[in-house]
Design a protein around this ligand. Structure first.
Ligand code: 0RQ
Length: 507
């Protein structure tokens, strides 16, 4: 695997992860690559976690701050959280141990739009980055870094950190070289220029990132795949949601509002989003394109089936089976997949220009179309907003999907008022549950409430929602504000009831 470091003098920097951990000190801020379980370092986090455990055993303090692209995996976020080695984390996570640390108040977490991360790094809002830890496929003869299965904020991580540790993963297909499109010139206003992505598959940069070899303090070799779990076979509820999304897109094509190849698709993480992609395999569209942040199994299979022409993403997040299909077909896929920095994959300017169809999952929506993607019962952080807001605000269509209930029916995903706001009623265009779909375009709040309650809510909760709305309408007449009727003291009572009794339904 030393062949992957093609720059002769850099070969002298090869060492073990434990040796490289000498560069990580208590209190440092780290920029670490990783995006939805792809492209994260496999060895350094454990070495840092061990260093933290040793320090803690001696009664010494040891913790670091960590800014990634998005979520990583148990052997990155998980081991660091378990060792209590993190005091700050941004911008997105999904690891159970880390999530518990955040919700216990032990780890400060900044949850933010992914398209804002690199700009905030450049502006120094996180302070100085001491070390960047970057997973890579190779380093070229000229010292260019070839990223791994994900780029995320990797370009800015390398540029902003004082020192760089590179993990070269020999398990990655060497064929990844050529798939990346590194464009690092977004800059800061007032000197910004248009980003020249005019078509979803435009290449605007280089395949590798030029890096000052002196900045690289260590190169560590690993040989392990990204830890991505299998997707569940789409269940009945996911299939019903997927079928409605596809019927709706077909309807828009027939109405002349979308071309037969649709517009570039973005799809969020999770089983429902993957089920929609699976459903597109048999849908009456051709020459689809993707402009997304994370490309999962469903989109890969659309490309392999020649239903999708090309896709652009910042990370490839595959189940083990899909990874095998990807590696086997990498020559075919090379001119069909582009990996970009997340500042480009999630860029509002580009998303707006391309007219991306954004489709994301939610925790809950309220009767007026506000969406909560992040907080359970208003206080408990789930994962984070990730890129959902980038695509919701700027997409041509913004679709939210969810089962109509959670936790065996004890929670309604349609509530009087969301317990936390991520996407406002102004941004959300469609809500889809297995019960039906609400098209909110061109509708006033009261029209939206009727559609969402009638079409999307679960029958167990429908009458409760109608009752809430009717009483809110009467009460709001008295208070002189009937534009968006609410009973302020009751609006969040469903959540409070769940906290107290474990069920939103009235017993
Ligand atoms: O809980 O894990 O304990 O079983 O939330 O729910 O239905 O499996 O759906 O995996 O798609 O996740 C919004 C969290 C949905 C995700 C969210 C509980 C439910 C279950 C998972 P368990 P499902 P998903 C691209 C775009 C924000 C970021 C984003 C997310 C668990 O999609 O993080 O979109 N989105 N990024 O039981 C209490 C409710 C609930 C609820 C679901 N109303 N109340 N619990 N759950 N609804 C990627 C990036 O940006 C990087």
């Amino acid at each position: 695997s030393i062949d992957r470091v093609r720059h002769a003098t850099l070969r002298e920097k090869v060492m073990s992860a434990d040796e490289a951990a000498q560069f990580i000190q208590n209190g440092m801020m780290l920029a670490v690559t990783g995006f939805t379980g792809a492209g994260y370092p496999k060895a350094m986090p454990t070495a840092i976690a061990n260093k933290a455990k040793d320090a803690h055993a001696k009664g010494e303090k040891f913790s670091v701050g960590m800014v990634t692209g998005a979520s990583t995996a148990p052997e990155c976020d998980g081991v660091l959280a378990e060792a209590k080695a993190l005091h700050f984390r941004s911008p997105f996570q999904s690891d159970p141990t880390l999530r518990n640390g955040i919700n216990a108040g032990e780890i400060a977490y900044q949850d933010m739009h992914l398209s804002h991360v690199e700009q905030q790094m450049r502006q120094g809002f996180y302070g100085k980055f001491d070390v960047a830890i970057v997973e890579a496929t190779a380093i070229t003869e000229n010292g260019e870094l070839i990223f791994a299965m994900g780029i995320g904020h990797g370009v800015e991580a390398v540029k902003n950190a004082d020192k760089v540790i590179v993990e070269i993963n020999a398990a990655l297909s060497a064929g990844l070289e050529g798939m990346h499109d590194i464009y690092g010139d977004v800059g800061l206003p007032p000197h910004r220029k248009p980003i020249p992505v005019v078509g979803a598959f435009d290449r605007i940069g280089t395949t590798g990132l030029a890096i000052d070899p002196n900045k690289i303090v260590a190169i560590v070799f690993t040989n392990a795949g990204d830890r991505n779990s299998k997707f569940a076979e789409p269940d009945d509820i996911s299939k019903r949601i997927a079928a409605q999304v596809i019927d709706f897109l077909d309807h828009e094509v027939k109405a002349g509002r979308l071309p037969k190849s649709l517009l570039p698709l973005q799809s969020g993480v999770g089983n429902v989003a993957n089920a929609v992609m699976a459903g597109l395999l048999d849908a009456p569209f051709d020459d689809l394109t993707g402009y997304t942040e994370v490309l999962q199994d469903g989109m890969l299979d659309l490309i392999l089936a020649k239903k999708m022409k090309t896709a652009s993403a910042t990370a490839l997040s595959f189940s083990p089976d899909a990874l095998a299909r990807f590696n086997e077909n990498i020559e075919f896929l090379k001119d069909k997949i582009i990996l970009r920095p997340m500042e480009i994959s999630n860029n509002p300017e580009v998303i707006r220009r391309l007219g991306v169809i954004g489709m994301n999952s939610m925790i809950e929506a309220d009767i007026y179309g506000n969406v909560n993607s992040t907080h359970v019962m208003g206080t408990r952080m789930m994962n984070g907003i990730g890129g959902s807001g980038d695509f919701t605000r700027n997409g041509f269509f913004s679709i939210y999907v969810s089962p109509s209930t959670a936790k065996g029916g004890a929670i309604s995903a349609i509530v009087p008022m969301v317990s936390h706001h991520d996407h406002t009623e102004h941004d959300v265009m469609f809500i889809v549950t297995e019960q039906g779909m609400a098209d909110l375009r061109g509708k006033s709040p009261k029209e939206r409430a009727k559609l969402i309650i009638d079409n999307c809510s679960h029958p167990d909760y429908r009458d409760m929602l109608r009752d809430y709305y009717d009483r809110a309408f009467v009460a709001s007449q008295k208070s002189g504000g009937v534009h968006t009727p609410h009973l302020l003291l009751e609006a969040l009572s469903w959540h409070q009831r769940f906290v107290e009794t474990g069920d939103m339904r009235i017993k």
